[in-house]
Ligand binder design. Structure first.
Ligand code: AMP
Length: 307
């Protein structure tokens, strides 16, 4: 069975959208990635850190989804990472209100021996130093995927660039691709980012889908138009979990298969946004995932006769 190692934040989130507001609820990049990747029946494990204030039930949730948590360190007396964000009316953009790194500030990750031979490494959002420490501990991975965000571009750009140079795939959103590359056109931005190292660049555009670039090839998948979007938090991570989980499961890391991975990632992300926080991802069943994949197919397939 293929192995996927996931690194990222485990967090408390406080979220405000036009539909409501939450107090501190479960969040974090690794949480969303783990829940999403659990849909592929692979052997996955999370490397992260939490404080003593992190409820056991949040850790149990991952275990119940067959995500190994041996790599999650619990810091005695420490406080868990806290993030708070507020979405604008269109739900496509948000402001970060608070980022309290807490135990993330001096986290030095240890990849459990059982995951050092992972086939796929999914570097979720957290400090590039931590992402680099994970890269150093895995032996001969077949694919390294990196997700990051503007926070780290603003605060640790040089370290982030060193990580970018070492990965095969980078997934970032459109605004961040522009910030990282200095190019407004996403096609030019992707080309600039490819020059930094990754052979594959995935640009997420929220409700407008995702683009995949590789050499001179390009692929676009729309997001499924949904009647109700309550909370986009974690959609990017859920996408990353679906993308990396699918590739780990199929063990085919070609451009052609990455197109499928984009669809699987987008499909899972479409569920994530339907409820606040992780709620929707906690109770997904196989049948509804498959049904929605069919909807995706119908949405995107057409035949045109070219004369
Ligand atoms: P997404 O909506 O997919 O971009 O991810 C949202 C998740 O990322 C939230 O659950 C946050 O806890 C987490 N997050 C936000 N900022 C950071 C950060 N600077 N480092 C790590 N994780 C973060």
């Amino acid at each position: 069975m293929s192995k996927l190692v996931i690194v990222g934040s485990c967090a408390f989130d406080a979220i405000e959208t036009p539909f409501g507001k939450t107090d501190k609820i479960l969040g974090g990049a690794a949480t969303y990635i783990g829940l999403s990747a659990s849909n592929f029946g692979i052997d996955s494990g999370v490397v992260s850190v939490v404080g003593e204030d992190f409820p056991q039930e949040h850790l149990d949730l991952l275990t119940e989804h067959n995500v190994n948590i041996d790599g999650i360190e619990i810091v005695k007396g420490g406080k868990t990472f806290f993030w708070s964000g507020k979405y604008h009316n269109d739900m496509n953009s948000r402001d970060t209100l608070v980022t309290e790194l807490n135990v993330l500030a001096d986290f030095d990750p240890v990849v459990p021996a059982a995951y050092q031979n992972a086939d796929v490494v999914m570097l979720g959002n957290l400090h590039p130093f931590v992402q680099m420490r994970v890269i150093e501990q895995v032996k001969n991975p077949k694919l390294i995927v990196l997700d990051t965000m503007n926070f780290w571009m603003d605060s640790a750009l040089e370290e982030l660039k060193q990580v970018i140079a070492k990965v095969d795939v980078i997934t970032i959103n459109d605004e961040e691709a522009r910030q990282l590359s200095g190019e407004y056109s996403l096609v030019k931005a992707a080309r600039e980012i490819e020059k930094m190292g990754p052979k594959y660049v995935v640009i997420k555009k929220g409700e407008h889908g995702a683009l995949l670039f590789h050499d001179d090839k390009m692929f676009f998948a729309p997001a499924l138009p949904l009647e109700e979007v309550f909370d986009p938090t974690g959609a990017g991570d859920t996408f990353a979990g679906g993308f990396s989980g699918y590739l780990a499961k199929t063990e085919d890391y070609s451009f052609k298969n990455m197109k499928n991975a984009i669809i699987y990632g987008s499909n899972l992300a479409s569920f994530c946004v339907e409820k606040f926080g992780t709620e929707r991802m906690e109770s997904l069943d196989k049948k509804e995932v498959e049904e929605r994949l069919e909807q995706f197919k119908k949405l995107t397939q057409f035949k045109i006769e070219l004369s």
